[in-house]
Each structure stands twice: as C-alpha cells, then as structure tokens.
Design a binder for this molecule. Structure first.
Ligand code: TLP
Length: 343
C-alpha cells in the first residue's frame, strides 16, 4: 500500500533534513544548569520573535499551558477559558488535578473568542464566598472552532477587559504563526496584549518535539521551577532545540502554503454532495466538516489511504501540513467523493 495521505493533524509532520543535520551538529550542555547553548539560543530567539523578555523550552504544548497556569495561579485561584478550548478538552484536567486550579468555562464564539460580556460576567466579585479569578486563557488559532484566526483588535479587547479587572491573560498559541499569517499581522503585534504565550514547534513548523512558553523574565524564572516540578527539565536537550531553531528560521513563512491547500480542500469539499462545510470559516490549515455517518466515512477513507480524525457529533477534521502536496488534496477530494457515493 502507498504511504497514506495523513491529514489527521499537523503533529504528524516529520523533521526535515535540515533539522536532522542541525540535531546531529548541535552544541550541547546540561540545560538544568542553564548550560545548553542551543537551548539558550532557541529560548532567546523565541522570546525575541514574540516580543517577550524571556522564554522557556518545554516538552509539549500541554506542558507549556500547564506550567503557565501553575505559574499564574495558586491553589484555589480560578481560571476562565472557552468551553471549546484545547486546555479544557484535551489536557487531562491537569490544571485542576495538579494545580488545584478550578476552571470556569464560558461559551466559545464561532471565531474562537468568547464574548466580552460572558468573560466579564464570569470574573468573580471580591467576595468571601468566591474563588479569586486569576487568569483568562485564550486560544489562537482556535483548534475546535476550525482553526480560526482571531484578529488583533478583538484579541486586544478581551485582554484589556481582563486586565481592567486585574486578571492576567495566557494565550495558547500552539499555532500562533498560522494565525499571524492568516491575519497578515506580525506575530509580535498579535500576541502583544497577552501576559504569556505558549506556541508549538511540533505542529505545522515540523520540529519533532517541543513548545515554548514566553513572558516576562521573572515569570519565566518561576515557570522554570514549575517545569522542574512537573518533571519537564531536560539535560542535553539542545538536540531537540536545534530542530526548533531550524523550524523558526525556515518553516514559518511556508505555512501560507498549508492555508492555500486547506482552501482548496474546503472549496472542493463544499462541492461534494453529502458534505456540509462553510469554506469561509476555514482560515488556516484546519478543515472541519460534517457528514451523516463520520465514523463509517473515516473508515472508508482509511481503506483508500486517506487519514482524518473524528471530531465529535457529525464532524470530521482534516489538517494540512508540509507533508501534504496539492496533488494529495486533489486525490483526497476524489476519495471523499467516492466514499460518500459508496455510503
Ligand atoms: N492538539 C492536537 C490534539 O491534542 C488535539 C491536535 O492534533 O490538534 N493547544 C492546542 C490549540 C493544540 O491544538 C494542541 C495539540 C495543544 C495545545 C497541545 O500540544 P501537545 O500535543 O504538544 O501537548
């Protein structure tokens, strides 16, 4: 069987040749002593790109969000987040289980940003009965809302609202470079209103492992200790950071190609009877659509060498990335048409 067209996620991307070479040649040291020059270079570059004072290399997006929440909040402090956000759905309840941080959800709007009125209503009064609201977590691009890219103005409005109430803002920017490209906005400007930002190297940017948490220097110092506490301090981890540096240097601008492929896919799907999709809601590299029987549909696709994931209800998610060509998208559309005809 030919190699499948793997549209399950941009996490399936394999490191490029340049990454493997950089990993081989990386200068290394013990990062717990702060002595790995390649990690130090990656953290400095990430901080500079995001316009923050400092950054911390972490194992995964999940760890980056957890360490951020543990650093912003003490036990019993409450964090507000959208009811469709990744941290609430897919991070095993870590903030509550490990940090004693209760989560208060607000409805996610279509574009991934909760309504300002809902955020404001969820911020607790200073009352003996209430847990203090310490943190607002936002996500851009928004995965479960279909990879939507939230623009700089609405994002700033949500952050300003939180700050007016003394609430800090953490941004899950796992795919923040996709958002910046889709919005035509420099990434530093897009993230500027947030206090801290996590982004991933291991998704569309193609690195094998790793995410960065960026923020003020004193915050990152405390986050470094929390990373140690959750077992995330690594040693000669420059072997991984080396791939991350290549990702930041070589893989950011090409994300636009993934967005073009997602548009091609979305418009092609919209023309297939039995597929429900609004292509205008596809902003980046994530394509979510509905079919009548998604599980049987995905099985038929898999049998023909196309992989996607079930996304709840009648929804299927396909994600473009640098392992996917225009020809793969065209082949996928033919396979989808056949799979629905066979239904
Ligand atoms: N998302 C994965 C799955 O967990 C669903 C995917 O395939 O999309 N924030 C956002 C917005 C994410 O989409 C993800 C991963 C994470 C955080 C967590 O990153 P990792 O997988 O590195 O822990």
């Amino acid at each position: 069987m030919n190699t499948p067209i793997d549209l399950r996620s941009d996490t399936v991307t394999l490191p490029t040749r340049a990454m493997r070479e950089a990993m081989y040649h990386a200068e290394l040291g013990d990062d717990v002593y702060g002595e790995d020059p390649t990690v130090n270079a990656l953290e400095a570059q990430a901080a500079a790109m995001l316009g923050h004072e400092a950054a911390l290399f972490v194992v995964s997006g999940t760890m980056g969000n957890l360490v951020a929440i543990l650093t912003h909040c003490g036990r019993g402090d409450e964090a507000i987040m959208g009811d469709e956000c990744h941290t609430f759905h897919y991070e095993v309840g870590g903030a509550a289980a490990l940090g004693g941080v209760p989560i208060r959800t607000v409805p996610n709007g279509h574009d991934g940003l909760p309504a300002l009125a809902d955020i404001e209503a969820a911020i607790r009064p200073d009352d003996i009965h209430d847990p203090p609201t310490r943190l607002l977590c936002l996500e851009n691009t928004h995965n479960r809302c279909g990879g939507t890219a939230i623009g700089p103005e609405p994002f700033r409005a949500a952050c300003d609202l939180a700050h007016r109430h003394g609430v800090a803002v953490h941004l899950d920017g796992a795919r923040i470079f996709n958002a910046a490209i889709a919005r035509g906005c420099p990434v530093r400007e897009l993230v500027a209103p947030a206090d801290t930002v996590m982004f991933c190297l291991s998704k569309g940017l193609g690195a094998p492992v790793g995410s960065l948490l960026a923020g003020p220097a004193d915050f990152i110092t405390r986050a470094r200790k929390n990373r140690k506490m959750v077992g995330g301090a690594m040693r000669q981890v420059g072997v991984l950071a080396a791939a991350g540096l290549v990702a930041l240097d070589q893989m950011v601008d090409r994300l636009a190609e993934d967005h073009e492929h997602a548009q091609l896919l979305a418009h092609g799907l919209a023309a297939i009877p039995g597929v429900h999709i609004d292509p205008s809601r596809v902003h980046t590299n994530i394509v979510i659509f509905e079919v009548t029987d998604p599980l049987a549909f995905l099985q038929r696709l898999q049998a023909e060498g196309v992989l996607g994931v079930y996304f709840g209800g009648q929804m299927v998610r396909l994600v473009t990335h640098y392992g996917i060509t225009r020809a793969d998208i065209e082949a996928t559309l033919v396979t989808v048409r056949q799979a629905l005809r066979a239904a």
